[in-house]
Design a binder for this molecule. Structure first.
Ligand code: NAG
Ligand code: NAG
Ligand code: NAG
Ligand code: NAG
Ligand code: NAG
Ligand code: NAG
Ligand code: NAG
Length: 493
């Protein structure tokens, strides 16, 4: 047994050594291609490139997976064009184009590039990015092509999610059809560029969940304060300028593996590799509760998971279809009790700790203050709410909403942002009077009742004492008189 064990260890070591001497290549060049059965291993050993068959599929695909878990494929080249057998070969042409050929030299997949290279090299980087570059080029801006520009279902650290504004190039994540089929499925995670850009999860052309806009610290739906573990292991970046708009994250500790993915059912999850258990641990699920369903409660509502029912109209609004609303069908949302007065006088109600509404019909300006923002909103009758664009440094910038407000969520744990919702001044007076009655008048009433009660008691006591005194005096005087009249009278009383 012992001998077998050491034999096993030896052969394991041997095979490990032989693998490391024969397959530690991380590049292919025009004179050296890669066949099915061979792999490239990134220089740091994190990722491998090779051929595989997912689930019960017989098709062969070219993909990238983690060295620690070869079952976890993070990228697939020929998503829609599997090879029928294991005769596939990956080549890089003299022009710097990656091509995947079958045994009859038919091209099943290729990369493309607008530029050519004198000395083309395709390299699997330790980030999991497969690139084509010229010679020893190290600047990513000069790469001819990179797999990170064409994500599949996995959003890895250092990938970008979003747009190049000048070229109109959109980088987004798309689910597999099924665990057996890496072809693009129904779901995608992308940057919606309408209004203030926001990250959304879509089923076809319909939004199913909204990660939301970025406020300098976090996405609207996921208010991670800076000190949380999430921000201790992830460096997160949101870039919004005239050239591009994208989100990117990095792992602050490079010996950690963590990945975001959208599964074939459209659920977005983040997993972190746990070395001790040799398995992936679920770090979070984006659509963790019902309030994450996009616009579940309809327009001018707020969703609150700890309250029953979870949907409520914003203050000053009533259900549009009360019957449906009361039976738990909330999608029609709510409407104003009193129409906006517009130029004749409106004001704003301050909501705190919320997920800001859908920004697809919003407008923003980085340089305006909150006060200016309010003024801008009041000037335009179709403006329905405003908020700070960036919540850092006490809040900067201006964000305005036009049209209805949808997909607001009320957080309960002291996180979330301030939102100022426009109401007719008369409605606001009504709400404030009501809340004054509830919050300010109530203690007043309590105090005055207490004063009244104490007063009544005091007066009663005074009257009692006085009466008693009087009586005593009276008794005494009677006594006095009685003294003369007769001693026994008081005792008889
Ligand atoms: C190679 O691909 C072509 C085109 O898809 C196909 O017609 C041909 O049968 C394939 N050859 C093999 C050996 O699978
Ligand atoms: C790559 O190919 C697609 C269509 O197949 C094309 O739209 C795109 O412009 C090409 N990209 C480059 C850089 O040539
Ligand atoms: C790339 O770098 C290696 C070692 O640094 C060097 O030997 C080689 O000539 C370089 N190749 C090119 C094309 O610059
Ligand atoms: C990075 O993560 C590894 C594995 O979890 C851990 O052992 C190491 O201490 C971490 N390094 C730092 C600087 O946090
Ligand atoms: C809210 O506005 C959007 C976009 O203008 C519209 O598609 C949607 O039907 C509106 N919802 C309600 C309940 O009015
Ligand atoms: C809105 O409420 C929050 C929390 O109470 C407060 O910090 C903020 O100053 C309020 N904004 C305005 C304009 O009153
Ligand atoms: C109000 O804002 C909307 C949306 O930005 C715009 O189309 C409209 O022209 C504005 N109206 C006025 C009076 O500025």
């Amino acid at each position: 047994m012992q001998a077998m064990k050491s034999l096993f260890v030896c052969s394991f070591l041997f095979s490990f050594l032989s693998i490391s001497t024969t397959t530690t290549l991380d590049t292919i060049i025009p004179s050296r291609s890669m066949r099915d059965g061979e792999t490239l291993v990134s220089a740091g050993g994190s990722f491998q490139l090779g051929f595989f068959s997912p689930g019960s599929s017989k098709g062969r695909y070219l993909g990238i997976w983690y060295s620690v878990d070869i079952e976890t494929v993070v990228w697939v080249a020929n998503r829609e064009t599997p090879l029928g057998d294991s005769s596939g070969v990956l080549k890089v042409t003299e022009q710097g184009v990656l091509v995947l050929l079958n045994s009859s030299n038919s091209m099943k997949w290729s990369s493309n590039s607008s530029r050519t290279a004198g000395n083309p090299v395709s390299q699997l980087m330790d980030s999991g990015n497969l690139v084509v570059k010229d010679g020893n080029e190290t600047n990513p801006d000069n790469f001819l092509w990179q797999s990170f520009d064409y994500p599949c279902d996995t959003f890895l650290p250092e990938m970008k999610l979003g747009w190049d504004s000048s070229t109109g190039f959109d980088r987004y994540v798309s689910s597999w059809k099924s665990t057996d089929d890496p072809a693009p499925g129904e779901f995608s995670v992308r940057m919606d560029r309408r209004g203030l850009p926001q990250v959304v999860i879509m089923k076809g052309a319909k939004i199913t969940a909204r990660v939301g806009s970025w406020n300098g610290l976090y996405f609207a739906a996921y208010p991670y304060p800076p000190q949380t573990r999430e921000n201790q292991i992830l460096g997160r970046k949101f870039v919004l300028d005239k050239d591009e708009v994208y989100y990117e994250y990095r792992l602050l500790n490079t010996s950690i593996f963590s990945r975001n993915m959208v599964n074939p059912s459209g659920i977005v999850q983040r997993f972190t590799w746990v070395y001790q258990r040799h398995s992936w641990e679920l770090s979070y699920t984006l659509q963790a509760d019902r309030c994450e369903n996009y616009a579940l409660c309809g327009a001018y509502t707020s969703c609150s998971i700890n309250v029953s029912p979870i949907c409520a109209c914003l203050k000053g609004f009533v259900p549009k279809s009360p019957k449906d609303w009361n039976s738990g069908y909330w999608s029609d949302g709510c409407v104003r009790k009193i129409p906006l007065a517009c130029s004749y006088g409106d004001d704003f109600l301050n909501y705190t700790g919320v997920k800001l509404p859908d920004t697809s019909s919003s407008w923003f300006d980085k340089s305006r203050s909150l006060k200016e923002c309010k003024g801008l909103c009041l000037k335009n009758c179709s403006c329905t709410a405003y908020a700070n664009l960036d919540i850092r440094e006490g809040g900067t910038g201006c964000l305005l909403w036009f049209g209805n407000l949808t997909d607001i969520r009320q957080f309960t744990s002291g996180v979330g942002q301030d939102l100022y919702v426009r109401l007719a001044a008369s409605e606001l007076d009504h709400i404030e009077r009501k809340s004054k009655f509830n919050k300010k008048k109530l203690p007043g009433i309590l105090i005055s009742s207490a004063v009244l009660l104490v007063g009544t008691l005091l007066i009663g006591l005074i009257l009692y004492i006085r009466k008693k005194k009087l009586r005593n005096q009276g008794v005494r005087s009677i006594d006095c008189t009685k003294h003369y009249l007769g001693e026994d009278r008081e005792d008889m009383e």
